[in-house]
Design a protein around this ligand. Structure first.
Ligand code: ADP
Ligand code: MG
Length: 254
């Protein structure tokens, strides 16, 4: 469905693994400044689609543009520099680092992009200071600042999700893609996470997220896209999706 102000437009995005077509999306647009939910059964291709769009997996076919610029074929770091990021679960290596170091590692220029040599050093130092400041601002925002020197592995499930979100914001993106941001989170913290997501949207951020809890989806989404067997089978406002029998058969009924 065409959107009046699409921040992301994708066409003919396909990805197969062996004989299995994981993603086969003819057309997808995401409206700027909305919370859009991507829903569908397990194995529908949601995570694969995230990986493809953000440059962390390679498509077989397809083109997509972000803020009017073609970004298909770009590496994950280059896509992130254009302002589109996905969150990642903290790896084992990251759990052994402090919360603040996790943030600093997610800063722009941490992927071998930095200049080497003495000449560049003062530039770096200014960049480092700016990164630290941004990291601390974000940690305060997500109420993790008191944990800055704790190992990320010591955080609760909900705090880890907050850290994953905070890390993704280090590059100052225009759009964040959250893959099951509520998974493994204590119900008491779900409301707080949802509050952060809607606050980001209210500040103008575009949010695309994958979630299974229908109450959560219906409660915070401006738009819902339903994926089944790699294809977009329906999209619409929450009320329309709720009453769509095709969706109920493919997803809500299971
Ligand atoms: P979802 O996130 O909607 O649950 P995925 O995108 O993870 O679904 O997976 C879609 C399909 O692609 C599944 O059948 C899955 O087994 C398969 N798949 C995903 N990644 C790989 C991979 N790296 N190698 C082989 N098959 C994969
Ligand atoms: Mg998934």
């Amino acid at each position: 469905v065409a959107k009046p102000d699409a921040i992301l437009k994708a066409d003919g995005v396909r990805r197969s693994f062996g004989g299995l077509t994981a993603v086969d999306v003819d057309h997808l647009e995401v409206q700027r400044g909305t919370i859009t939910a991507l829903i569908g059964p397990n194995g529908a291709g949601k995570s694969t689609l995230f990986n493809l769009l953000t440059g962390f997996d390679r498509v077989d076919k397809g083109t997509w543009s972000f803020q009017g610029k073609a970004v298909n074929g770009l590496s994950g770091h280059k896509v992130a520099r254009q302002g589109m990021v996905r969150t990642f679960q903290l790896t084992k290596a990251l759990t052994r680092m402090t919360v603040l170091d996790n943030m600093l590692l997610a800063a722009p220029g941490q992927s071998g992009e930095r200049f080497a040599g003495a000449f560049a050093r003062p530039v770096w130092r200014r960049q480092e200071a700016a990164n630290r400041e941004r990291a601390m601002d974000l940690l305060r925002r997500f109420k993790l600042d008191a944990k800055r020197d704790d190992l990320a592995g010591s955080l609760s499930g909900g705090q880890r999700k907050l850290l994953e979100m905070a890390r993704s914001l280090m590059v100052n993106p225009s759009m964040v893609m959250l893959d099951e941001p509520m998974a493994g989170v204590n119900p008491a913290l779900v409301q707080s996470l949802l509050g952060h997501i809607t606050a980001l949207r209210d500040e103008g951020m575009t949010v695309l997220f994958v979630e299974h809890d229908m109450d959560v989806i219906m409660g915070i989404s401006d738009w819902i896209v339903v994926l089944a067997e790699g294809k977009v089978i329906a999209e619409g406002r929450p009320a329309d999706i709720r009453s769509n029998t095709q969706v109920i058969d493919a997803y809500l009924g299971v």
